[in-house]
Design a protein around this ligand. Structure first.
Ligand code: ADP
Ligand code: K
Length: 446
């Protein structure tokens, strides 16, 4: 089901024309109303009256996270405060939180793109959704909530955490849909199993997961553990919140549709800021085309991904691949750049390891080191009759020594760095408490 088929299937030439018109309007709008953009455009020699639209977009420079900080809290707003209907903040995963403001019209559009996203995720009017995204300043909870209502769903606004209650309501209310961070959905799947709650005691069909990077291995674990089909939702508070892009549940693994009529995407080279060819990896840069309270032009998201049209089948809008990591999450160790998701890819290719891992960077003397902690899976733990793992225990089991060696070798071969591998027992690494889970620890600058 498509929530808004006319727009979701708008032929590309018409979509481009619509974006072009909206971009010109947005440029003129911010120039008139936001001193930050006025000064910036004057400095760059951009005149909104003669600005040609999409073809000249790169001339506008970038808006960066630091611009949000320098204009904290309301300096980037384009309307007087009484016209702002709601305020949200980013989760502050990478530093001080940034503020987002919305007019009533912005909130309508927020709900529209989330409703489209949920429909693509498999949700239908009349279905019940357990919304385990956090409610509050984080855009996730309320963003999903109003989009689900707009689609015509029955929303259960439980928020994140309270695992006992989550499991109780899954059984009592029988929701067909759950929305959560993937790391928290993993926890729910594990807890169901640990408490021996049979899958036929719950009625879930779909999981809508986002707010942090996740992998196909995690998808597999959640799909099996909750008996659902899971799809990806992406977004960020600086642009709107969840619902900037969404994976169609029937097209799993081929990327997430970016709702291009409201958010214009570009991928640029991480160092030069120049546009890259379609399909190539780089930093995702997003431009709002219709925002009124806080329009943002060319926001440097820091998220690394690629965009392409080749898998846009059900809809005409462009797709983005999974987020490989954030530019500020990129670890540089002894001159080698890598993302923790590269370690995750290797974990996914190995048998007997769980999708739980942690990458820890530290410094000994002047040498940077990386340690990868990874859990082996429950099946192998049971076969070996183990409750937990330590280096000593690993040394006593040939299969664990082999696994550890194979993992270290693959890391060295694929990433080009030697990392210390530590095998842990299932359940030994931290789990999500309802929100985002960090899989990287950089101890070098503490
Ligand atoms: P913060 O940047 O402080 O975490 P937000 O709550 O606005 O604040 O989160 C937005 C960020 O979360 C994105 O820029 C991206 O890094 C990450 N994110 C959101 N959805 C996804 C997703 N589906 N996959 C990977 N990362 C995601
Ligand atoms: K953010």
């Amino acid at each position: 089901m498509l929530f808004n088929p006319d727009i979701e299937r708008l032929p590309l030439p018409q979509l481009r024309a619509l974006q072009n018109t909206r971009l010109k309007e947005q440029v003129a709008y911010v120039y008139q109303r936001v001193p930050f953009y006025q000064q910036k455009f004057d400095a760059l020699g951009v005149n909104p009256a003669t600005f040609k639209g999409l073809e000249e977009l790169p001339k506008l420079g970038f808006t960066k996270k630091s611009d949000f900080r320098n204009n904290y809290p309301f300096g980037l707003f384009a309307v007087p405060q009484p016209e702002v209907a709601r305020l949200h903040c980013s989760s502050g995963t990478t530093g001080k939180a940034t503020v987002g403001g919305y007019t009533a019209a912005d909130l309508e559009i927020f709900s529209e793109v989330v409703a489209r996203s949920l429909a693509a995720a498999g949700c239908r009017p009349g279905m019940k959704m357990q919304n385990a995204y956090g409610y509050g300043l984080f855009t996730g909870g309320m963003g999903i909530h109003y989009g689900a209502e707009k689609l015509g769903m029955t929303v259960i606004p439980i928020s994140g955490g309270s695992t006992d209650r989550q499991l109780q309501l899954l059984q009592d209310f029988q929701p067909e849909v759950i929305c959560a961070t993937p790391s928290y959905a993993q926890v729910l799947a594990e807890e169901l199993k640990r408490r021996s709650i049979p899958l036929d005691a719950i009625n879930l069909q779909f999981a809508v997961l986002g707010a942090e990077p996740w992998s196909e291995a995690i998808r597999g674990q959640i799909q099996q553990g909750l008996n659902v089909r899971a799809s990806n939702i992406y977004g960020l508070s600086e642009i709107m919140g969840p619902g900037v892009s969404q994976e169609d549940v029937d097209e799993q693994g081929t990327g997430s549709y970016i709702w291009e009529d409201h958010f214009y995407p570009e991928i640029v080279h991480q160092e030069t800021g120049e546009p890259v060819a379609e399909g190539e990896m780089g930093v995702l840069v997003l431009t709002t085309l219709t925002k009124k309270a806080m329009p943002i032009l060319r926001y440097w998201t820091g998220d690394i991904t690629n965009i392409y049209y080749e898998h846009s089948h059900k809809r005409t809008h462009v797709k983005m691949g999974p987020i490989r990591g954030r530019a500020d999450d990129m670890l540089i160790i002894r001159g080698v750049n890598f993302f923790h998701t590269q370690v995750e890819d290797i974990i996914n290719s190995l048998e007997n390891v769980s999708p739980y891992y942690q990458v820890v960077a530290s410094r000994r003397g002047s040498m940077d080191e990386v340690e990868v902690n990874v859990e082996i899976d429950e099946v192998l733990m049971r076969e070996l009759g183990l409750e937990s793992l330590s280096d000593d225990i690993v040394q006593q089991h040939e299969c664990l020594k082999t696994l550890k060696g194979a993992f270290a070798k693959k890391i060295k071969d694929n990433i080009g760095l030697s990392m210390k591998v530590t095998l842990l027992g299932f359940g030994q690494l931290p789990r999500s408490e309802g929100g985002k889970l960090s899989r990287v620890k950089d101890l070098r600058n503490l």
